[in-house]
Design a protein around this ligand. Structure first.
Ligand code: ADP
Length: 270
């Protein structure tokens, strides 16, 4: 089998092999991540949950191709990733919108950056903003939008070019709890509407990871490794109401137990 063929696995769109990431800092070398090996299956929703500083954002940066692993490899569709992964959309904790552009123009920026004719995609962008609950807000500027609405624009911009892979880094952490619940439910719906969209969703929020994930990758403290990859066997569509039900709670408890075992939580600590 050739080296390239060995990277291909049926159903896997992204494959990480013994990935390690170290950073050089003024205090010396920091081992941020790994070794980590896992597959991202085509069309799955993978939640990643772990404590601050365990390398979650580093993992996302490696999948986006904006950084390279120090050791090991990241393969996308059977090819080792070298340089930016143009086949993905990314949304971060901060929506990073251009203040002088309307919501619609912020979304269309995706095409301008790719040298494509934005006008061809105008209606598609309006439709996507509507499906994300922003009907009527297309011509508003970021300062005229709430935090949750700005985050919706950011997700629309990440999705508008129909990427096969969506990378989300704590996209809801800066919004209030009720808005967050709604955003999570809307994200599930949008993902269900997009055939074969693979999502890697980074969060600190255990219940949110369970609610959204087909699987939850639980990470250890730094250097982040896989504590466990848990299959979430709960039918879809999942409903906000059901988050309190036993099935959800059992998975959340299991993840909390793992965090107790790895020292993330210390019961009774002062
Ligand atoms: P998380 O997203 O889980 O909070 P990060 O991936 O941001 O974790 O960071 C993991 C570790 O790597 C942290 O100790 C962080 O300080 C360090 N780190 C992240 N990015 C860099 C960088 N560009 N240069 C140096 N150290 C970094």
């Amino acid at each position: 089998m050739s080296a390239a063929a060995s990277l291909v696995e049926v159903g896997a769109c992204v494959k990480l092999n013994d990935v390690v990431k170290r950073y050089d800092t003024s205090d010396g070398e920091v081992l941020a991540l790994g070794p980590v090996s896992f597959d991202l299956r085509r069309g799955e929703f993978l939640s990643v949950v772990g404590p601050s500083g365990c390398g979650k954002s580093t993992l996302l940066t490696l999948l986006s191709g904006l950084a390279e692993p120090t050791e090991g490899s990241v393969a996308v569709d059977g090819r080792e990733l070298r340089g930016p992964n143009r086949e993905c959309g990314i949304a971060f904790q901060s929506p990073v919108l251009l203040e002088w552009r309307t919501a619609l123009d912020n979304v269309l920026l995706q095409f301008e950056m790719r040298g494509m004719d934005r006008e061809t995609y105008r209606q598609q962008a309006i439709d996507l903003l509507r499906s994300l609950g922003l009907e009527g807000a297309e011509r508003r500027y970021p300062r005229e939008l709430s935090g949750g609405m700005r985050q919706r624009v950011s997700i629309a911009r990440a999705l508008i070019h129909d990427p096969p892979l969506l990378l989300l880094d704590e996209p809801f952490s800066a919004v209030d709890a009720l808005t967050r619940d709604q955003l999570v439910a809307d994200l599930q719906r949008v993902w269900l509407e997009h055939d074969d969209l693979t999502v890697l969703f980074i969060t600190h929020h255990i219940e949110e990871a369970v609610f959204l994930g087909d699987r939850v990758l639980v990470m250890t403290p730094r250097p982040g490794r896989i504590s466990e990859l848990i299959d979430i066997d709960i039918p879809r569509p999942r409903r906000i109401h059901d988050r309190d039900l036993k099935g959800h709670g059992d998975y959340s408890r299991r993840i909390r137990d793992l965090f107790v075992q790895s020292g993330v939580f210390r019961e009774g600590a002062r």
